[in-house]
Design a binder for this molecule. Structure first.
Ligand SMILES: [Mg+2]
Length: 414
């Protein structure tokens, strides 16, 4: 079997409402690039990468000169072909490699008639549990609905999410408002859901002293972990010495060098594995094995996915023996997907691991065309800017917080 063609299409899919985070905002939609790798026997494998546009489509087109004529089963060789560690000093293609790895695994699963998880050691579970992943949100500029700014709105929104999807773990994305306000919000969730576990993630924008203060203040709650309270292994290590809660990261341990450093001189307890950041599902499984050896925790990270990437997270979650936490997904914030059959469904807080051959998802070409057209009309959005705070520059550590009393609607062109 040989690779014959590689195609990439950038799409934008609407969210229920703009999601606020420590560095800016998702402006009411995600931009993703969908990759198709076609073989000489007509199989099409699917991949997905965050962001996009002409540059992303061109990067994947340029990979044809490396990969056409190659066997899609030689995935380990592909790593050295396009993401050799020293060549990556000039051209870091880790995320490109990830999308192509997904597509090659999808091809192999289809060719061999088995789900990707069966290629990767075999599934240990048929469903992967997810956390609710709550954001502070602006109201959708089109409908005026969906705002999450006050603590009452946050609790009401999380209750509705729990009713809809059955979540028993709640993650609050913070770093938007002053830490004391977000502490009150987090405590309100703990009071509203005494049986459920919680996690908090301010996207690494606090000082170490602030992280210690917040961490100590939530020690008595049912915390899974405190995620990236500060940026950098040294700040994490200092926080960990003073706070009796596991710390987690998706920012400062995202490759094997950093993982080795963290094993030798531990600063983080739980490594959040992202199938894109680490360069594929297989790299995440290797990292999870290192974590198992050093008895570090692992969980599945979300960098904002459509159904193809979600399938990679499900197959990863299915095969990890040491997965002791619910996974994260932004998925429930989306209003639609580009896969056949529409968005995957949550049942009791979990999503079923696809059991068709390959990744188990197929493109809905009509939706792909529709959202590619929407992308052409709207273009990219600045992830690191906030439409409600023009001129704002967040610092690290930050002290330029948004005002929770400011309920002015944002205007975003759609
Ligand atoms: Mg995070």
């Amino acid at each position: 079997m040989e690779i014959r063609d590689i195609r990439a299409t950038t799409v934008t899919v609407p969210l229920e409402a703009p999601l606020r985070h420590a560095n800016g905002c998702h402006w009411g939609r995600f931009v993703r690039t969908i990759v198709e790798v076609e073989t000489d026997d007509g199989l099409i494998g699917l991949g997905e990468m965050g962001g996009g546009g002409e540059s992303a489509e061109a990067v994947f087109r340029s990979m044809k000169s490396y990969l056409v004529g190659r066997d899609p089963a030689r995935i380990e060789e592909m790593r050295f072909l396009i993401a050799n560690p020293t060549a990556s000093l000039y051209n870091n293609r880790t995320q490109v490699l990830a999308a192509l790895e997904f597509a090659c695994l999808d091809i192999l699963g289809q060719a061999w008639g088995v789900p990707v998880s069966e290629i990767l050691g075999g599934r240990l579970r048929d469903r992967v549990p997810f956390a609710s992943y709550c954001f502070f949100r602006y109201a959708d500029p089109r409908t005026g609905a969906g705002e999450v700014r006050t603590i009452e709105q946050l609790v009401e929104y999380t209750c509705a999410l729990k009713r809809r999807c059955g979540f028993r773990t709640h993650k609050l994305k913070g770093g938007v408002f002053a830490p004391d306000y977000e502490l009150e919000a987090y405590r309100a969730l703990a009071t509203a859901f005494p049986e459920d576990s919680l996690r908090f993630d301010p996207n690494a924008v606090w000082s170490t002293e602030q992280a210690i203060r917040f961490g100590q203040a939530i020690e008595g709650l049912r915390n899974d972990y405190l995620e990236d309270p500060v940026f950098g292994l040294n700040g994490m290590r200092r926080t960990r010495q003073m706070v009796r809660i596991p710390l987690a990261t998706n920012t400062v341990v995202v490759n094997f060098e950093q993982l080795a450093t963290n094993a030798r001189d531990t600063a983080v307890d739980v490594i959040l594995l992202d199938t894109t950041f680490w360069g594929g599902i297989r790299a995440c499984i290797k990292a999870a094995a290192v974590c198992e050896t050093f008895q570090l925790g692992v969980a599945v990270h979300s960098s904002g996915e459509l159904g193809i990437q979600l399938a990679t997270m499900l197959h990863l979650g299915a095969v990890l023996p040491n997965l002791s936490f619910a996974a994260d997904a932004h998925y429930h914030h989306l209003t639609d997907d580009i896969i056949e059959g529409g968005p995957m469904q949550y049942e009791n807080g979990a999503i079923r691991v696809p059991d068709r051959p390959g990744l188990g998802v197929k493109l809905n070409r009509e939706k792909l065309g529709q959202y590619a057209e929407l992308y052409r009309r709207l273009g990219n959005y600045p992830y690191d800017q906030d439409p409600g705070r023009p001129g704002w520059t967040p610092l690290v550590p930050n002290d330029r917080w948004a005002d929770p009393k400011d309920g002015r609607p944002v205007r975003i062109p759609y």
